[in-house]
Design a protein. Structure first.
Ligand SMILES: NC(=O)c1ccc[n+]([C@@H]2O[C@H](COP(=O)([O-])OP(=O)(O)OC[C@H]3O[C@@H](n4cnc5c(N)ncnc54)[C@H](OP(=O)(O)O)[C@@H]3O)[C@@H](O)[C@H]2O)c1
Length: 276
């Protein structure tokens, strides 16, 4: 599964899951455009990793909430690479820009969530396909549970924005099928070395313990490399018949029934905390 000779742009690849995706695509031989918003030092660190893997790359900057900046970013990638084989829409604004329960959510926060996901994807895909050869790959990174459930109240704006993103994926998949360009969603479960690590420790520990108990049947959180592997697979030549799909990459978390205690389902596991 080689991506030698391919070019890829991954938004939000300065750190977190985006960095994990950039490194996996670089490992497979792709030339990488690393995108950041404010954290140039982190983007430079990603580029250094990319080079250590024997690949080449460049750095681009944009606020994905601003269509003009998205267009400028794609112009820069086009000037540097000439063609774009892979586009991964991964960037997500910081939690305080959208995190509010439905009854208090301001319209500004709603707009930030939707602009950064659905509107950004709408603008970006049209820019990308203008210099994407037939057989290209487009991947959206979602958090599908946020769009399916209603219980994590302050996630409402991002949940709705991700749901709209997932719908766009299906429409673009059909629109671009004639050119052999596939468009898919990857939905990670909770991942280490991501936004999670910036949240209060009690939240982080609660999430880890919950997954280890069995809510993720594989008993651990994901890693950026796990998500990078899934993206690399969907970007391979061999995945050319898979389009418009949402793939949960979550160690089985999306398969667990929330209506029954884990013990009744026969999947409860001792946690580190419990075992200590
Ligand atoms: N973390 C998880 O467990 C998890 C689970 C499921 C899905 N996801 C999805 O995976 C993706 C990455 O999540 P993450 O936790 O790895 O993210 P993260 O560590 O919080 O990193 C966010 C990335 O987005 C960039 N960014 C922030 N605001 C931006 C803006 N206005 N315009 C453009 N770029 C902006 C950041 O750039 P700077 O470095 O320059 O600030 C950074 O590269 C997101 O789409 C998220 O919804 C995450």
């Amino acid at each position: 599964m080689s991506l030698k000779g391919k070019t890829a742009l991954i938004t939000g690849s300065s750190r977190g899951i985006g960095r994990g995706i950039a490194l996996k695509l670089a490992e497979k031989g792709a030339r990488i455009a690393i995108h950041y918003y404010r954290n140039r030092t982190a983007a430079e660190a990603t580029l250094e990793h990319v080079r250590k893997l024997g690949a080449t790359g460049t750095i681009v900057q944009a606020d994905v909430c601003k269509p003009d900046e998205i267009r400028r970013m794609f112009r820069q990638v086009r000037d540097e690479f000439g063609t774009l084989n892979i586009f991964v829409s991964n960037a997500r604004t910081e939690a305080p820009t959208f995190y509010e329960p439905p009854m208090e959510l301001t319209l500004d926060k709603w707009d930030t969530a939707v602009d950064s996901q659905a509107k950004a994807f709408l603008v970006a895909v049209r820019e990308a396909v203008a210099f994407m050869p037939n057989g290209g790959r487009i991947v959206a990174i979602s958090f599908a549970p946020g769009g399916r459930f209603g219980s994590w109240q302050p996630w409402v704006a991002m949940g709705a924005a991700k749901a709209a993103l997932e719908v766009l994926v299906r429409y673009f998949a059909v629109a671009l099928a004639g050119r052999g360009i596939t468009v898919n969603t990857i939905s990670p479960g909770w991942v280490e070395d991501s936004v999670l690590n910036s949240l209060p420790e009690v939240f982080q520990n609660g999430v880890r313990e919950w997954q280890e108990r069995g809510w993720t049947p594989m008993g651990r959180l994901g890693t950026p490399a796990d998500i990078g592997n899934a993206v690399a697979m969907i970007c391979s030549e061999e995945a050319n018949w898979i389009t418009g799909q949402l793939i949960d990459v979550d160690g089985g978390a999306s398969l667990v029934d929330a209506h029954l205690p884990l013990e009744f389902q026969g999947i409860a596991r001792p946690t580190h905390a419990g075992a200590a």
